[in-house]
Design a protein around this ligand. Sequence first.
Ligand code: FAD
Length: 385
Amino acid sequence: MAFPVWSEEHEAFRETVRRFTQTEIRPYAEKWQSEENFPDELFRKAGELGLLGIRFDPKWGGSGLDYWYTVILVEELVRGRDLGSVVGLLVQCEMATSVIHAHGSDELRREWLVPAIQGERIAALGVTEPGGGSDVASLQTVAKADGDDYIISGSKIFISNGARADFVTLAVRTGGAGSSGVSLVVCPTDTPGFSVGRRLKKVDLHSSDTAELFFEDVRIPRRFLIGEEGRGFHYIAQAFQGERLVLATMMNAVCRDVLDETLAYLAERKAFGRPIASMQVWRHRMADWLTRLEASAALTYRAADQLASCDSDAETAVSMAKLFGAELIRGLVLDCAHAFGGYGFMEENYVARASRGVQNWGIGAGTNEIMREIIAKHRIPVSSA
Ligand SMILES: Cc1cc2nc3c(=O)[nH]c(=O)nc-3n(C[C@H](O)[C@H](O)[C@H](O)COP(=O)(O)OP(=O)(O)OC[C@H]3O[C@@H](n4cnc5c(N)ncnc54)[C@H](O)[C@@H]3O)c2cc1C
C-alpha cells in the first residue's frame, strides 16, 4: 500500500492550493524577490481560501483538519518558488497563532486568532533574542506585572513578519530564571514603546521580512497572557513540532523541484557529443539523491502520521525528519547547481538561487545540533552510576 494514502478530499485540497500558488505566488516570485517584499494582501487571499487555519477549530474560523493537510499545503506552496512569502504565510498559521489556538482564552482567540485566520491581521512569533536563540529557557525579555498590566522590556531578533506584524506572540520572562519563568503573551505592535529596528538583509528568502524588535516599557493588559504564567516554554516546545514538520516538508519539496529541474537539464545538455545524463558519474550521483530524497520524505510522512495520531514518540520522529532534511538539502542543491556548470551560478537559474540559502534550513526552528540533542535525549540512555 502506498504511504501516505491520499483521499479524494486530500486531492481536492491539493488542487485548491495548487491553483492559489500558480495564480497568486508563482507569477510574482522574481518581482517580490528583487523588491525584497511581498504584499500584505497575500495573507487576506490565503485567509479567504481557509489556508491560514487548516487544523484550527471551525468555531474560530479554522477547518478542523489534520497534519496531512498541512503537508499538502506546504508541498504546494513551495511550487510558487518564492519561499520568502511562503515563510511569511507559514509563520502566521503554524508558528504565531497555533499557541493562541491551543492555549489562549476565548477572548484572546476572538480578538487575535479569528482575524489572523481570515488574513486580516498579520502575526509574528518573537522568541529569539540577540543573546541567543537555541537556549530558549535563558531568554531575557521581561514582562513585569503592574496591577492589571504587564510592562515589557527587551528585544528580539531574526523575527519573520516582524516589520509588518499587527501583533507578536511574544516569549517573555514573568518569573525567575530558567524554563519555568517563561510565559507567552500577545503584544499588539501599535502599543507605545514597541518599535521595529533594522529589517535585516538576508542571503536568501529575500521577499520575507526578518526584523529586530524593541520593547521599551510596553504596557499590555495581563489578559493578553496566553494560557498560564510559567508555561510558555512548554507551549513553545509543543508548537515547535508543527513548525519543524513544516520545515521538513518544505525542504523535501524544494529538493524535489530542484532535482526535477536538474534531471531535465542533464537529459538535454550535451558535452563531448553526448547527454550529460548518460554519463555514469552523473547517473549515480542523481540516483543517490533520488534515494536520499525518498528516505527523507518517508521520515517526514512518518512524523506527520505520528503528529496526526498524537503519538508520544512524535518529537523524535519530527526532529529526525528535520535533521535529515536539512543535511539532505545542503548537499543535494549544491550538487544540482554544480550540474548546471556556469548556469548554476547565474541569478536567472532557479537552482542557483535555491543554492544560496541552503545553510539556513539547519538553523530556523531549532538547529541541527538541537535536533540531535532531542533525538539523543529520547533514544540514548546514560547510566547514572
Ligand atoms: C531566516 C530566519 C528566520 C527566523 N525567524 C524567526 C522567527 O520568526 N521567530 C524567532 O523567534 N526566531 C526566528 N529565527 C531565529 C532562529 O530560530 C534562531 O536563529 C535559531 O534558533 C538559532 O539561534 P541563534 O541564531 O541565536 O544561534 P545560537 O543559539 O547562538 O547557536 C549558535 C551555534 O551554536 C550551536 N549550539 C547551540 N546550542 C548547542 C548545544 N547545546 N550543543 C551543540 N551546539 C549548540 C547551534 O547549533 C549553532 O550552530 C529565524 C532565523 C532565521 C535565519
